[in-house]
Design a protein around this ligand. Sequence first.
Ligand code: RP5
Length: 211
Amino acid sequence: MSDAERDLIEALEAEAATDRSAADTPDIGIIMGSDSDLETMMTGGRRRGAYDALVDELGFAEVTDYDAPPSERFTFETFVVSAHRTPDLMYTYAETAPARGLEVIIAGAGGKSADLPNMTASIAYPLPVIGVPVQEKSVDSVIGMPVGAPIVAVDAGKSFNAALFAAQILATYHPEIEGRLLDFHDRQRTAVAETSRDLHEQGTAEFAERR
Ligand code: RP5
């Protein structure tokens, strides 16, 4: 095992041994099999990702230092964890997740052996894990769990929806998040209606040019 992997494992174990209040630990953990998944998992592009949903739409902040958490009440953390290249890190990440205060995990992986979401779900059980198949060909390996080993997953590439669903889980006991989700829904309805109006009034050619 590399020093870097061992350092991460020790940091996660040390964090699990602390006694921070829920307000000071990340609520959502986001892991991906490779940093080549970053765009799909976090910042999207034309189709937005989990980062966009959590930060731009729902007011979450990212924890980058456990000892100096952001002032925002609701937060998430982000790591690259590979089921095949760093299996020990995957095990420690999932096993320590509840003690580190995580309430839900979003796990994304690509390729035909996209095992990170399903293995994380098995190890972190009963913590809920939302799988994100990074590519279409990853769908079967993310969702193909045996009976008794549950995972839920979003459609290929739709990490934005995974973030919304993670927030929906938190909203069952955090009314503030429920309000933020409803506000997002209203904004989305308004935006679609405004787009429809602009397309109709400008016509296809002008609308496409201005877009
Ligand atoms: C998967 O293999 C990762 O989730 C990624 O989608 C894919 C390719 O990884 P890289 O070779 O780009 O690091 O495990």
